[in-house]
Design a protein around this ligand. Structure first.
Ligand SMILES: Cc1cc2nc3c(=O)[nH]c(=O)nc-3n(C[C@H](O)[C@H](O)[C@H](O)COP(=O)(O)OP(=O)(O)OC[C@H]3O[C@@H](n4cnc5c(N)ncnc54)[C@H](O)[C@@H]3O)c2cc1C
Length: 230
């Protein structure tokens, strides 16, 4: 028999939006349940860039991702929300009396006065690099949870958006070299990111390139062979 729960507010997604939502609900005296598919709270910040220095939060000139999450959680936890982590919300229906009910992957049904969806970009999975198939965890990674894993390495960052430029800049001081490969002529990354790039490195290639193949240089490494995009 599936478990059932009852709460005033169910928040789906324990990213920064959901955590602040939990604080707001608690502040108003509402019983709150926060559900997230990930095993920890913090959404993209905790999962993808906990070590990054975040600089665009009003009133906070700079703070590491993990510290931002800890602060959001401390703020929310003042009102004791219940966290259901590692639980994916799979369905939303309405009971005959009109109350929303959310089913979780483990069969639990949460009956709530209101459901707040703060699911961000969903249960995120990276867009795979086709040429990198078979190299995941062997030199190829899609996130940088721990920059020190790239200490003194030659790093190739593939992409031209905020994340790519952001990580290239973050790894530049610790990696042996950083090369940024982008298949378009210009970067999509926000202007200040690209203008903040130090002149020496990361090294933007002088023409649009895309990664067409990966090959093993050592047993534990993946090297990519970029070629000019057509
Ligand atoms: C590399 C990188 C760097 C970034 N840097 C910055 C920056 O410097 N400054 C800035 O302002 N923004 C930055 N961002 C963007 C920022 O992280 C997002 O805007 C922010 O995380 C959005 O918060 P959110 O709570 O709305 O969603 P998310 O952080 O995406 O959290 C949503 C949560 O919902 C959960 N979820 C989704 N669907 C379900 C489901 N069905 N059941 C259960 N749980 C579910 C997910 O697991 C996730 O934990 C960056 C993003 C990346 C990827």
């Amino acid at each position: 028999m599936p478990a059932s729960m009852n709460t005033d507010i169910l928040i789906v997604g324990a990213g920064p939006t959901g955590l602040y939502g939990a604080y707001c609900a608690g502040f108003r005296g509402l019983r709150t349940v926060v559900v997230d598919a990930l095993p920890q709270a913090g959404g993209q910040i905790a999962a993808l860039y906990p070590e990054k220095e975040i600089r665009d939060i009003a009133g906070i000139p700079g703070s590491r991702g993990r510290d931002v999450v800890a602060a959001l959680k401390e703020q929310a936890d003042a009102f004791g929300p219940q966290y259901l982590l590692g639980s994916q919300a799979t369905a939303l229906v309405h009971s005959p009396d009109g109350r929303p009910q959310v089913s979780l992957a483990d069969g639990t049904v949460v009956d709530a006065g209101a459901v707040v969806l703060t699911a961000g970009i969903g249960t995120f999975t990276p867009r795979p690099l086709p040429a990198g198939e078979g190299f995941l965890g062997r030199g190829l990674s899609y996130f940088v949870p721990d920059p020190s894993a790239h200490d003194d390495q030659d790093v190739l960052v593939v992409g031209g958006g905020d994340s790519a430029v952001d990580w290239a800049l973050a790894l530049h001081p610790i990696a042996r070299s950083v090369t940024l490969v982008h298949r378009r002529g210009g970067f999509r990354a926000h202007g200040p990111f690209t203008s903040a790039a130090p002149p020496s490195s990361p090294t933007p290639r002088s023409r649009p390139c895309s990664v067409t193949s990966c090959f093993a240089r050592r047993t534990s490494a993946c090297a990519a062979r970029p070629s000019t995009a057509s």
